[in-house]
Structure formats: structure tokens, C-alpha cells
Design a binder for this molecule. Structure first.
Ligand SMILES: CCCCCCCC(=O)SCCNC(=O)CCNC(=O)[C@H](O)C(C)(C)COP(=O)(O)OP(=O)(O)OC[C@H]1O[C@@H](n2cnc3c(N)ncnc32)[C@H](O)[C@@H]1OP(=O)(O)O
Length: 188
């Protein structure tokens, strides 16, 4: 699998926040309706996310029939969404709230419907408001529901991803979106 993702040579290390959950602890997620991690999103991925070592984040995902793209296989955009979600939680392990600026996925092998995927993301480093991340996905043996089990040598690597996440102030970022939505609604 080859990947081209320019990473500045002068990145600072991504330090784990003192308040970050302990390794193995479930992460709270973004909200019940989040497409990636929300349990109430009817068509969502329903990813359950866990703190890993350092600033790493892990997740397990069952590839459900509604995620089909090509016959019998996962849609690439669904896998990209899963990577976005798991990498998007890495900055929170550093105490930063970020949104995706750039997302890049390398697909190495087809992923059949019905399998379980294990995803692991971590940070390559930070630069000012930017957090550079990488992630990998493996097909793994089915595990107990909701538990992300490290694949070890038995996992089949299927894809990798890189991301650039940019730190924002949630109140002004989402406040501006909400204000735009309100003014848009007035126009229609
Ligand atoms: C916990 C959070 C939820 C996570 C859910 C999963 C993640 C998501 O799906 S989030 C949804 C998708 N993403 C979005 O909607 C973001 C939309 N984009 C934006 O709002 C803005 O472009 C935003 C915030 C990324 C950057 O804008 P702004 O705040 O003005 O910052 P800006 O000054 O342009 O950029 C900051 C730095 O990032 C860099 N940068 C920004 N975008 C990019 C990009 N696409 N590629 C490379 N570098 C970029 C800039 O060059 C700059 O770098 P430097 O420090 O070297 O000057």
C-alpha cells in the first residue's frame, strides 16, 4: 500500500492531555445523532471508540449490509467516514477540539459485508492549530459487541488513512453554521 501525505518536518509532539481517558476506556463520542459514533443515528456507523495508548484511539465496526458499495463489499466513502471519525477523536486525546481539514484514504483490499473491522488512529504531531493523524484498518475475528480488540498477527490489513485536523472554537464554529442556517431558512 502506498500513500502520499505531506507532513511538515518540524512537527511538535502530540502530547496526551492530563484529562484524557485511560487506555481501554470508552470515549463519550460527539452526540447521539452523530453519523459516525451516535447510537441513535439510524443509518450511522455506530462506531464505539476507545482510548488507546498515548493519544491513540481505537474502534470496532461491523460492516453492515447498508454499507454496501460494490456488490458484497463496503462503499469506500463509508470506510472514509469511519477513518474520519476515529482520527477525529485523536485531537480530543490531546485536549483539542478539531474539525477535518483534509482526509486521505488508501484502499488496499476489498472489505466484504458482514466482517468486523478494527481501526486504530494516532497523531503524527501538531503544528499550531493543526493535528496530523494516521490510521489503519484491519478485518478481525468477531469480538464481543462494542469491544475493540487489537488484531495482532491475525488481522488482515485493508486500508490506511491520513488526516489533517484543525483546532476550532466550537461555539464560534458551530454558532456561525447555525446562524447561516437560520438566515438561509428565512430566505426560503
Ligand atoms: C470532535 C469534532 C467532530 C469530528 C467529527 C469528524 C470530523 C468531521 O467530519 S468535521 C466535518 C468536516 N469538516 C468541516 O466541516 C470543516 C470545514 N472547514 C472549515 O471550517 C475551515 O476550513 C477550517 C476550520 C478547517 C480551517 O479554517 P480556519 O479556521 O480559517 O483556519 P485557516 O487559517 O484557514 O487554517 C489553519 C491552518 O490549517 C491549514 N489548513 C486548513 N485547511 C487545510 C487543508 N484542507 N489542507 C491543508 N492545510 C489546511 C492552513 O494552511 C493553516 O495552516 P498554518 O497554521 O500553517 O497557517
Amino acid at each position: 500500500m502506498t500513500a502520499f501525505f505531506p507532513v511538515p518536518a518540524d512537527l511538535d509532539p502530540a502530547d496526551r492531555a492530563a484529562a484524557a481517558p485511560a487506555p481501554g476506556q470508552r470515549l463519550p463520542g460527539h452526540g447521539r445523532d452523530c453519523y459516525g459514533c451516535g447510537p441513535d443515528a439510524p443509518h450511522g456507523l455506530h462506531l464505539e471508540l476507545f482510548a488507546g495508548d498515548g493519544v491513540a484511539v481505537t474502534a470496532r465496526m461491523r460492516v453492515r449490509p447498508r454499507f454496501e458499495g460494490g456488490p458484497g463489499t463496503i462503499h469506500g466513502g463509508v470506510l472514509a467516514s469511519a477513518f474520519d471519525e476515529v482520527m477525529g477523536h485523536v485531537p480530543t486525546m490531546c485536549g483539542r477540539f478539531c474539525v477535518t481539514g483534509h482526509l486521505q484514504v488508501d484502499f488496499a483490499a476489498p472489505v466484504p459485508l458482514g466482517v468486523d473491522l478494527y481501526l486504530r488512529a494516532t497523531a503524527l504531531g501538531v503544528q499550531r492549530r493543526k493535528v496530523f493523524t494516521e490510521a489503519h484498518a484491519w478485518i478481525v475475528e468477531p469480538g464481543p459487541d462494542g469491544i475493540a480488540v487489537e488484531p495482532g498477527a491475525s488481522g488482515i490489513p485493508v486500508a490506511a488513512a491520513h488526516g489533517l485536523f484543525v483546532q476550532i472554537d466550537p461555539a464560534s464554529h458551530y454558532g456561525a453554521v447555525a446562524a447561516g442556517r437560520r438566515s438561509g431558512a428565512q430566505k426560503s
